[in-house]
Design a protein. Sequence first.
Lengths: 312, 572
Amino acid sequence: MTPSPSPINRPAVVAVSLWVGLLIGISRWVGLQSYHWFPVQASNAAPLVDGLFSFETTIGTFVFLAVASVMAWVILRHRAEKYDASDAEPIEGNTKLEIIWTAIPFVLVMAIAVYAMKVNTSLGVLGPMEHIHLADAREQQGGYPGDRLPAESIEVVARQWSWEFRYPEAGVSSTELHLPLDQPVTFRLVSEDVLHGFYIPAFRLKQDVIPGRAINFNLTPTRIGRYRLRDSQFSGTWFAANQADVVVDSQDDYQAWLKQAAALPLQAGISDAVVEYQQRLQQTPTPGWATVKPAPPPQVNVPGSNALPHDA
Amino acid sequence: MCPDPMPFPTTPEAMTTTPSLHQDQPPLSWTRYFGFSTDAKVIGIQYIVLAFFFFLIGGFLAMIIRGELITPPADLVDRTVYNGLYTMHGTIMLFLFIFPVLNGLNNLLIPTMIGAPDMAFPRLNTAAFWLVPVFGLLLIASFFVPGGPAYSGWWSYPPVSIQNPLGNLISGQSLWLLAVALSGVSSIMGAINFVTTILRMRAPGMTLFRMPVFCWTALAAQSLQLIGLPALTGGAVMLLFDLTVGTSFYRPEGGGDPVLYQHFFWFYSHPAVYVIILPVFGVFSELFPVYSRKPLFGYVYVCLASFIIVGLGLIVWVHHMFPSGVTMWMRNLFMFTTMLIAVPTGVKVFAWLGTIWRGKLQLTTPMLFCLGGLINFVFSGITGIMLATVPIDIHVSNTYFVVGHFHYVIYGAAVMGIFAAIYHWFPKFTGRMPYEGLGKLHFVLTFIGANLNFLPMHPLGLMGMPRRVSSYDPEFAFWNVLASLGAFLLGVSIIPFLLNMISSWARGPKATHNPWNAIGLEWLLPSPPPVENFEEHVPTVISRPYGYGTGLPLVEHQAEIERQLTLQEASA
């Protein structure tokens, strides 16, 4: 930043290089740490998302620490002496520096965007839901690009405030989502009332469910376990309680579950909102402000549970 | 009260020839702050004081929200109440605190910085201000209508926002929409005034590239208001029709599209973030030179960067809708445009670093708020890049990661910058010096409180805690407790600020015309400035702003003007 033609200050160059090296080391370490900030990875999308986040955390940590270092240095070393009201040397700018610090962030963010676009493409989470899109032969078969033809199609019905999962081929319905391990699954997301968000943090995937539209959405679970499905688009009074469990089973367990479920009679599924609404009606005067009445619990073969310990 | 009987001159030629309207008036009474004044300096203070009144209400709602969230179950307030409170917290903080407080700064600073006697349209200015208490009252009244206030979040996405459980015409939601539409009208009136004033009423010699950066950023921000607000106001009026008279703009069962509303909403509400942050960039650009005793590094680039941000800011809105069901090409396109905003923003951040580098730093209260605001802003910029990245956004959108990010922008950077501005220009407009000790205490509590409150929200979001929840799973408890403690600390931090403002205005030491030894037209006016600022003696600007250390005078006859001001102060 000094335009003076003074000879290069060797100790300063060495010290700055060492400091930058240290910051790079710290940034790399924080980038690796960032994998632990997420829930377990339970879908094939998760490693891609976490990898991208780690990459950005590394770069971001470096940028933050570099700015903070400059500020700390200035605050410690370039403070005016007490009662010194004089001005500093008037440096008004430096075109070369302006070009450098325009170009570097430009290259950096474009690199991130290109990397992210590649991840986007390989995620391919978005099914053929565009209003206008080119016809695709695979679509006619209800399929998906490339080799990811889904084995199973599951209908997800979002309501105020419950989640219902229907397996049309097996003739099963449930308020607990069961998925087979390592199999691509297609969901057909519909809402009967307002916007909801289909969000499974362990899968790192999310899609709004929009009334008046059926949205296809596909993913592949990669880890056996019990995970949370949360409503991620504010849907009214019991929005926070609109949670379901997602159980990823081995192939055999999944088939067994479907077979067992198909034999069960229909019964009321899980709806925490309905339970809380009933309690609310018992109280006089009714607490709080006006609310929409919850939809009755869906009639399903398997209510399942949303109160068991979950992995994420 | 001093209602002005005569129209203000609106052209520069007329201004220099019209004699002052206020010369022979008796000393101004404090009661003028409670009436329909047309004086921008009175209106500015009215805006700021009213904004802080609503800041206290919005902050009180935040305390209840954080009280609820300190434990996992919904146990402090009913869920319906929680939803109403978080909705009103966001609405009040945006429409009744941050926009009004910034308009207050615009009113105080734009005319004095460019040497104008007042705003271009003083009566329009009065009307724009008085709409604020009107729609503020409407919003507060919505707490008391049957069914309670609006509860669908400050986005007010349909269909939730048009469900209207009681079916009344006058509902919290309809009052909310009316208030937002009025707020839009008020802001458009303000924007017309600010843009006209900056473009038409600058002092002789003050070309655009001799204009202070605050005015550049105000011009940029207010242009955004003019372009974006009609979309929001129109969108809100259509939503009001859906809610009250049964139209189907957004109603799916009538063939409407709920996602359409999201486009209208974000077409304005993303640029609104720049309306907020740009003037704060202006404050940083004004204050870093003063307290580093150095010129602003790369003044021209900083000015131009504001307008590049305006251009890009208008084409990024879909990044709020990545999971809303937009097509892949839109996701990719809006990711690129959003990323590009980092470039002009980076130019500004580096310019500030270049300004303080090798300066002679004075760590006064306003400088501390600027430095704290800058580091918070850098952090929020980095999380902003993460949010622009589609695959990451798919995971963290609508989670606490976003809540943490925008509170870093708005509280960590913008509100800190606003505090910096208030401490810096307080002596100019009140004639009194604020107390440094209380100011520094305020800074320390705010900086620690904001970071303790908003940093824990990031891990919560990465773990998958959705925003707007009234209850949550127990694994989120740890970070929520920390966030709540930070929030309560922030609540406490406002006490030294209020004490400082009230006591120093009432009996603080008298301020000279230029207590910080700053360069700028406003510092060539007495503290407080007379009603019409320079009246007919507007100095001619002969150099760029921020000439610290260059020895160049800002205006013709500067030494003479300063000598007279010093004499006046000595005789007072």
